[in-house]
Design a protein around this ligand. Structure first.
Ligand SMILES: [Zn+2]
Length: 287
């Protein structure tokens, strides 16, 4: 083992390649239904990778995807994984009115619970779109029956981030637990250390060091995230996109599956609810 025996949280944001926020200027929402969907086969590949290693994970699943692939929702639950919510329509929380946000998260939770037959306790905002300007979203999540959120990214980034947010699990509104995506504090800054495009961009050894450092020095579980489309080198290319978006979306996609396999083998992984809600319940018990 490269790190102490801390179980880290493995999370997958279940959405298709055409739903990523950075493509929103190029792909109309009304065209989603006409696109070739690849999310089902990609999630099946992820489930097989996890199954081969006996790893359980948390799947933050879009209501839009769940409605179209109910058997996928059932496969996630049957595999022993946590079914959680990524909202319904993948609009940034920061782009929605409070009423529209409430409708979106309540609709997704109802669809997922109906199809999965389990309580949905976790939520992740599309593109980590909760920050200083819309902290009311936490109240809404608590009021709609969520127990935790993993929607803050304590970094500076052009599309998201709340650099001054606490780096680890903390209470927010209405008893809700917020579990930010993992960063490493280095040179007075928080470095993104937990997945997405950064994981594809960095050499694997760097990501391994960053996660190990959180386990060793912070004595905390890391929260790692990726998307089904990130292991899909053959996905249809979206034409006409700007160079930065193109780079971020496609960089090192062909190497992702192998990197992920190394990551799964080098650390211990588990579900968000098992790691954070169980610990939280223990801490809340009187001594
Ligand atoms: Zn997303």
């Amino acid at each position: 083992m490269l790190a102490p025996a801390i179980t880290n949280a493995l999370t997958i944001d279940v959405e298709d390649y055409f739903q990523v926020s950075a493509f929103a200027p190029y792909i109309r929402r009304s065209d989603w239904d006409a696109r070739e969907c690849r999310v089902e086969r990609n999630v099946e590949r992820i489930l097989a990778m996890l199954d081969a290693r006996g790893v359980q994970a948390t799947f933050f699943t879009l209501g839009w995807v769940a409605e179209r692939y109910p058997q996928l929702v059932r496969r996630i639950v049957a595999g022993g994984h946590e079914l959680a919510s990524h909202g319904y329509g993948h609009q940034r929380a920061s782009d929605l009115t409070p009423a529209a946000f409430r409708d979106d998260v309540a609709r997704a939770k109802a669809i997922l619970e109906d199809l999965g037959g389990v309580a949905v306790r976790g939520y992740r905002a599309p593109s980590f779109s909760i920050g200083e300007k819309n902290l009311w979203a936490f109240d809404t999540l608590a009021e709609t029956g969520h127990a935790y959120s993993s929607s803050l990214y304590p970094i500076r980034h052009d599309h998201y981030g709340m650099p001054d947010a606490p780096r680890f699990a903390h209470r927010v509104a209405g008893g809700l637990l917020e579990v930010p995506v993992t960063t490493v504090r280095l040179g007075g800054r928080n470095l993104p250390s937990s997945g997405g495009g950064y994981f594809r961009l960095l050499p694997y050894a760097a990501s391994r060091w960053l996660i190990g450092r959180v386990n060793r020095d912070d004595r905390e579980a890391a929260v790692f995230y990726f998307h089904p489309w990130e292991i899909d080198a053959d996905q249809p290319r979206v034409p006409g996109i700007d160079a930065k978006t193109r780079f971020r979306h496609y960089v090192n996609i062909a190497r992702m599956e192998r990197k992920l396999a190394s990551l799964l083998d080098d650390f211990r992984w588990g579900r968000m609810d098992h790691i954070f809600l169980a610990r939280d319940a223990a801490a809340a018990r009187p001594a």
